[in-house]
Ligand binder design. Structure first.
Ligand SMILES: [Zn+2]
Length: 107
């Protein structure tokens, strides 16, 4: 099979061989506002402004790479983006997630 130069420079979906992949990062935060004499939150006086919280706690994070062509999603975890985190590393992550998925489907 022949590949174009453009395709070779991109991360390819192992399921459909297309290159329309997006990295998604879902995070859940809990914001706390202390109740005082005025609006909730010590920093709020007239109204509850969501960004003027007293405490923020990260509850959950989830990362995955999603293919916009076939809709498959590959769970992944990148805690930081470094120089080593290049196209090859991304392709390896997607490939191994794909293999793990296939293994799950066959059991
Ligand atoms: Zn795909």
């Amino acid at each position: 099979m022949k590949k174009t130069m453009q395709a070779m420079n991109r991360v390819i979906c192992p399921s459909c061989n297309d290159d329309h992949l997006i990295l998604k990062y879902v995070a859940t935060y809990e914001y706390s506002y202390i109740l005082d004499s005025d609006a909730p939150g010590l920093k709020n006086t007239n109204e509850l402004l969501p960004h003027m919280y007293d405490k923020r706690e990260q509850k959950d994070t989830q990362q995955y790479i999603e293919c916009r062509t076939c809709g498959i999603s590959y769970p992944c975890y990148f805690d930081r983006w470094t120089e080593r985190m290049n196209k090859k590393a991304l392709q390896d992550a997607v490939n191994s997630a794909y293999l793990a998925k296939q293994h799950l489907d066959n059991t």
